[in-house]
Design a protein around this ligand. Structure first.
Ligand SMILES: *Cc1c(COP(=O)(O)O)cnc(C)c1O
Length: 386
């Protein structure tokens, strides 16, 4: 089978999603399944929906469009503030978008009016992580203005923590979000359908028994796909951490010195050249590099150590493992490595599980790997042919 390839186990993804949906249901919280690392795959979306997620959230309109084309039956939320230049597409394909700028909401309003649709808005509030969000003191004014706009429905508020600055969700910021929701409801005499407390980093807070207040939604991506919470990246009990794995192929394996020789200047990517002498090593090169993934986010099997990566070569010390050209090595990934391999046109995506074992048929043909929308057709074709 072709390499490098991402092997995607739909049964494990389904299991992880189901466990989290059930855990949070007990706390009155619904799960929005975040698909931004799924590149619009209707199979992955389907695994999340069968597990009971209430909606799908994606940061890219292209992925939402791909899922729409594949007739994924779900409410779709654009979880990044829309680009004004994409307002028409957002209104046409997303039911709801996350917003922080009135200018953008006005653009969405006119696009929605033209399309004779109603577009839902979740206003994002800044609670300290310093990424997107309206400052709490400006929220009332933004709500007032949003409520005036035609073809726009205010569906709720939300916040995002633990991304840019690693601010942990906890009793403090979560009760502040509840208080903001209650104050909007009282001031404007309305009821907010969605109060979205955050992402996978909120799981510790949500399972701690803390009062969840008005928070009734979490947006989960990494915890579903990789089975880890994201404050300390610990595996979550009962979840698979290997639902998605990356397989790469050996193209050279030789015993070589660990230190380079000759005049030493910069390396291809401006990093420090190898400086520790560990004597001779079994240096094994895999045909995968920075064009395919984030090498720093790969976890090799025991006995193999990653020494460095250039655009197309991953250099490892394979210790006592005797590997020959053509051998395959399987890696676990972190979210950065997962995003990069999912979006790399050079990495084939192979689906397993649910619709049955689909070996060769599910490998995307090379020409279809370059755009999510094209990719989505290939995904569909592969599932049909299985
Ligand atoms: C990516 C993203 C999420 C999901 O985060 P995970 O850590 O993968 O659960 C949630 N909300 C927003 C706004 C995002 O961009």
């Amino acid at each position: 089978m072709s390499a490098p390839r991402l092997e995607i186990d739909l049964d494990k993804i389904h299991h992880n999603a189901r466990m989290l949906v059930e855990l949070l249901a007990g706390r009155g919280i619904a799960v929005t399944g975040v698909t931004k690392a799924a590149l619009g795959s209707p199979e992955i979306a389907g695994a999340l929906l069968r597990a009971g997620v209430s909606a799908l959230g994606d940061s890219r309109i292209e992925n939402i469009e791909a899922m729409r084309r594949a007739h994924v039956p779900a409410s779709m939320i654009l979880i990044r503030s829309p680009m004004p230049s994409q307002a028409d597409r957002v209104v046409a394909h997303a039911d709801v978008s996350f917003n922080t700028e009135l200018d953008v909401i006005r653009r969405l309003s006119s696009a929605a009016r033209e399309a004779r649709r109603t577009h839902g808005i979740v206003l994002m509030v800044e609670l300290g992580d310093l990424r997107e969000g309206i400052m709490p003191g400006d929220l009332d004014a933004t709500v007032r203005e949003t409520l005036r706009l035609p073809n726009i429905a205010l569906r709720g508020i939300g916040t995002n923590l633990a991304c840019r600055s690693g601010v942990s969700p906890g009793a403090g910021n979560m009760s502040q979000l509840t208080a903001l929701a209650e104050s909007i409801e009282a001031t404007f005499g309305l009821s907010l359908e969605i109060v979205s407390g955050g992402n996978s980093a909120n799981l510790d807070w949500a399972s701690s028994g803390a009062d969840t207040g008005r928070i009734n939604d979490l947006r989960l991506g990494e915890s579903i796909l990789l089975g880890r919470e994201t404050l300390n990246r610990r595996p979550i009990d009962g979840l698979y951490t290997d639902a998605m794995t990356l397989v790469a192929e050996v193209i050279e394996s030789k015993v070589k010195p660990s230190l380079p020789w000759g005049d030493i200047a910069q390396t291809a990517f401006g990093e420090e050249p190898p400086a520790i002498d560990r004597g001779d090593v079994t240096q094994t090169i895999l045909a995968i590099g920075r064009q395919d993934t984030d090498a720093a986010g790969l976890r090799p099997p025991p006995g193999i150590e990653i020494l460095g990566a250039s655009s197309d070569h991953l250099v490892t010390d394979s210790g006592r493992c005797r590997l020959t050209a053509g051998a395959e090595i399987r890696f676990q990934l972190d979210y950065s490595a997962l995003l990069r391999s999912m979006t790399s046109p050079f990495v084939a995506k192979v689906l397993k599980g649910q619709s049955g074992q689909i070996p060769e048929a599910a490998v995307l043909p090379t020409t279809d790997r370059f755009r999510p929308i094209a990719a989505s057709r290939a995904w569909r074709r592969s599932s049909r042919s299985s």
